[in-house]
Design a protein. Structure first.
Ligand SMILES: Nc1nc2c(c(=O)[nH]1)N[C@H]1C(S)=C(S)[C@@H](COP(=O)(O)OP(=O)(O)OC[C@H]3O[C@@H](n4cnc5c(=O)[nH]c(N)nc54)[C@H](O)[C@@H]3O)O[C@H]1N2
Ligand SMILES: Nc1nc2c(c(=O)[nH]1)N[C@H]1C(S)=C(S)[C@@H](COP(=O)(O)OP(=O)(O)OC[C@H]3O[C@@H](n4cnc5c(=O)[nH]c(N)nc54)[C@H](O)[C@@H]3O)O[C@H]1N2
Ligand code: SF4
Ligand SMILES: [Mo]
Length: 736
């Protein structure tokens, strides 16, 4: 401790840094906790899901010892799910990356110092660019680091390093919602506030399982005093479906037909809000024409539901005074996700269920800062929701950042799948992966692994050196995680909240912010980022970029104000104020962000499933979240013994009792689940949750994506993780 303390000095910005690890350009490499009282409490936003609960971290003798959910935070009102309660535990896991690691000639990752790591990064990446062109290197970013870090990465990559292609794991997750909203509303703008869940009298969840994936959002439903009708549209009888008042177990990926049929009935019965449609929307007549073919009879057949189910849903929407529609991955991860999301938006528009309390066409986001990534990662759009192709936007952003507008590319990046394809074709040779675990989470894993192996140079920047993707890396950069750095996350309801440093990162691990700044210096473009001296300085730059956009945050002074107000939802333009804990929704004036202020009805004919079942592969595989204690690829949640006790510790596949009987399988029998691409060994969890002909495997098992089929929505390029064809075979029993 004493030895470590001796090395601390203040750098030019007054930040404490470890002297021995000073970088070229004088940017310190280390950080220490904020100057907190030895025994104090501070509020931070949770670093797992997009609900963005407030957590009070408690200190004793300057050390964060535990935490409890913040009672005064508008989002969670004193509640947290198991991941939130256990959020500090993964920070001290033994497999934390504590120094940079470089693969040696013998193929082993060996610890190296930062200067070596930075030199290697720059010489290898520049070498690739010299040989194969600037666009031959790319990055894959994330929805799990603060928006200031994302923005710095996006700016460094695209303005500083001159690369064109950089996408993020939000492609796997939210791309569909982004495109659906942009086309319908003119901007990527989820309109709701969580309070709407307490104010609806009809709540409709489509392809969403909040009891598991967004538990505190479900708690808000439980606080609804209006005894709401709760409809769950999901092939599985999930925890949420079981708690709902009605479950429509449709056939996988038949949502589009179902939603059009519901719209058909609404039109046929005259159960529409013509006044709202006339005043605030366009293209309704063409939509009505399109709907003619989607009778309840046709839909009942295709969706595996009854005509009464479909007509009943339309009636429920009509009878409701405040109807809200909520969707997540059951919609987004589909070969026709964008049009399905828009079919939901259409229902809200045609019944006037938007812009009023308890209403909305509401996409629930996934990761803690996926919303920040949607606006500020500089991947699909230019910082602040701008358009790379628009010269005025490029000039505006360049002016704010004090850079030459010529540095800003005018072309959009390739999407994640196109970057993977680009590697396969030899057009991308160097890849930098930050805070995502491609080798586990990308679709069709055998292909993904093959692709990662083809790279000339792979850099993985992660909290842990043990991830599936790090196993392919040439260079691992050790990153500080949530709790070890500061910045802003934006939650599902557009609320900006701060995260703070409450613990030291282990060893030589650095915040992603510091790593990006060091790389900028080492690359030789540090001058471009002089203004980007701290996360809060970047926050101010991004605030300036947002001016005049729908996501304008000009009225937010900085972190202190966010802290004092209990988070603030965008927009808050300069000159406007907001009450602490307030909850605001969009479109109360019926004006949307399109040029004419009208929302668009967007629709299209449904498309066939990319990989339908067949006699050889007779089951549809559904994948998704398994329990509220597991997070994605489990690099964090598996490190807590408390969380480990809360989920099954063997790979499992959910199978219906009828199929189990047909296959002669007993409950808990070992089976092989096989697709055309791979196989997974798992225990048969025989349960009524899945319907005959369907099976479910959680995504947390590393093997799951060996089975999935790489199909994508054509507009959002989001992978369709939730429908491929598999068969089930008995497997020899192993010791159990
Ligand atoms: N505990 C936990 N919480 C999480 C996460 C986590 O890893 N663990 N991840 C976070 C992230 S990033 C995300 S994106 C969200 C995801 O949150 P959700 O989308 O709610 O979770 P999933 O389980 O992926 O999918 C939801 C449901 O879609 C259903 N589904 C599958 N196919 C179809 C279909 O064709 N139609 C319909 N209507 N439904 C279908 C599945 O049966 C599943 O129950 O969760 C977030 N919260
Ligand atoms: N079959 C199937 N596959 C799916 C899905 C599905 O439903 N089914 N869902 C998809 C969805 S919605 C998502 S969002 C993706 C998620 O997929 P991933 O993004 O691959 O999953 P995570 O486990 O969250 O990976 C985050 C990585 O970042 C690291 N990390 C955490 N915090 C930090 C940090 O502050 N800095 C750095 N540098 N690293 C950090 C973690 O250790 C971890 O390795 O999976 C997708 N894959
Ligand atoms: S619901 Fe989401 S934000 Fe809240 S504690 Fe759980 S993981 Fe964290
Ligand atoms: Mo996600």
């Amino acid at each position: 401790m004493i030895e470590r303390a001796r090395r601390l000095v203040r750098d030019k910005q007054g930040v404490l840094t470890r002297d021995l690890l000073r970088a070229p350009g004088g940017f310190g490499l280390g950080q220490v906790p904020q100057r907190l009282q030895p025994d104090a409490t501070t509020t931070v936003v949770c670093g797992f899901c997009s609900i963005g609960c407030g957590l009070d971290v408690h200190f004793k003798h300057g050390q964060a010892v535990n935490l409890s959910p913040t009672t005064q935070y508008a989002v969670n009102l004193g509640m947290a799910c198991p991941k939130g309660w256990e959020a500090l535990t993964p920070l001290s896991a033994p497999d934390r990356a504590t120094s940079p690691m470089l693969r040696d000639a013998g193929g082993r990752l060996r610890a190296v110092d930062w200067p070596t790591a930075l030199d290697t990064f720059v010489s290898r990446m520049k070498g690739i660019q010299a040989k194969h062109g600037k666009e031959s290197i790319a990055f894959i970013s994330t929805g799990q680091i603060p928006m200031e870090e994302m923005a710095l990465l996006g700016a460094l990559g695209k303005f500083g390093m001159g690369l064109l292609h950089g996408d993020g794991n939000t492609r796997q997750c939210m791309a569909t919602s982004v495109v659906a909203y942009k086309q319908a509303f003119g901007f990527d703008a989820p309109p709701y506030t969580y309070k709407d869940l307490e104010e609806s009298d009809v709540i409709i969840f489509i392809g969403a399982n909040p009891c598991i994936a967004h538990p505190i959002l479900w708690e808000r439903v439980c606080k609804n005093p209006h005894q709401p009708e709760i409809v769950v549209i999901d092939p599985r009888r999930t925890e949420t479906a079981q708690a709902a008042t009605r479950h429509l177990p449709l056939r996988p990926k038949s949502d589009l037909v179902l939603l059009y049929a519901v719209a058909h009935v609404l039109v046929r019965q005259g159960w529409i809000d013509q006044g709202f449609i006339d005043a605030h929307t366009s293209d309704f007549e063409a939509f009505c024409e399109h709907l003619k073919a989607f009778t309840p009879e046709v839909a009942a057949e295709q969706c595996g539901l009854s005509i009464a189910d479909i007509e009943g849903l339309a009636r429920t929407i009509h009878d409701g005074k405040r109807v809200s529609f909520w969707w997540t991955m059951g919609v987004n991860q589909s070969h026709e996700g964008v049009r399905t999301a828009q079919a939901i938006i259409n229902l809200a528009l045609m019944t006037g269920n938007i812009g009023r309390p308890g209403t909305g066409a509401n996409s629930i986001t996934g990761q803690c800062n996926a919303m920040g990534s949607r606006l500020f990662s500089n991947t699909t759009n230019l910082l602040g929701g701008h358009d790379f192709a628009n010269p005025q936007h490029r000039d505006k952003v360049a002016g704010i950042l004090g850079i030459d507008a010529a540095c800003i590319p005018s072309k959009p990046s390739w999407a994640y799948d196109q970057i993977m394809e680009g590697i396969l074709k030899g057009r991308i040779r160097g890849l930098w992966v930050i805070a995502t675990n491609t080798a586990h989470s990308w679709i069709n894993q055998a292909d993904a692994h093959d692709i990662l192996q083809r790279l000339d140079f792979l850099v993985v920047q992660d909290m842990y050196h043990s991830t599936e993707t790090a196993a392919f890396a040439d260079l691992v950069l050790p990153a500080a995680g949530w709790g070890e750095k500061e910045g802003v996350f934006i939650n599902s309801e557009r609320r900006l909240g701060v995260i703070k440093q409450v613990a030291k990162a282990p060893g030589q691990a650095l915040s992603d912010f510091r790593i990006f700044r060091l790389i900028a210096e080492a690359w030789g473009c540090g001058d471009m980022f002089r203004k980007w001296e701290s996360p809060e300085a970047v926050f101010r730059l991004l605030r300036a970029c947002s001016a005049g956009m729908p996501c304008d945050i000009g009225g937010i002074d900085g972190y202190r104000m966010l802290d004092a107000k209990g988070g603030i939802q965008w927009p808050l333009p300069a000159g406007e104020s907001v009450d602490a804990g307030s909850e605001r929704r969009l479109f109360e004036d019926g004006r949307f962000y399109t040029d004419d202020g009208r929302a668009r009805f967007v629709f299209e004919a449904p498309r066939p499933l990319p990989e339908p079942t067949s006699p050889a592969y007779p089951f549809t595989l559904l994948t998704g979240r398994g329990t509220s204690s597991q997070w994605h690829t489990q690099t964090r949640t598996s490190k807590s013994h408390v969380l480990r006790k809360l989920y099954p510790n063997v790979p499992y596949v959910e199978l219906s009792p009828r199929d189990a009987a047909d296959l002669g399988l007993r409950a808990n029998a070992w089976v092989i689940v096989r697709s055309q691409r791979g196989q997974v060994r798992a225990r048969a969890f025989v349960s009524h949750v899945v319907q005959p002909g369907q099976v479910f495997i959680p995504m947390h098992d590393a093997a799951t994506n060996q089975l999935t089929f790489a199909a994508f929505d054509p507009y959002s390029r989001q992978p369709s993780y939730k429908a491929c064809a598999v068969r089930i075979e008995p497997a020899p029993t192993v010791n159990s």
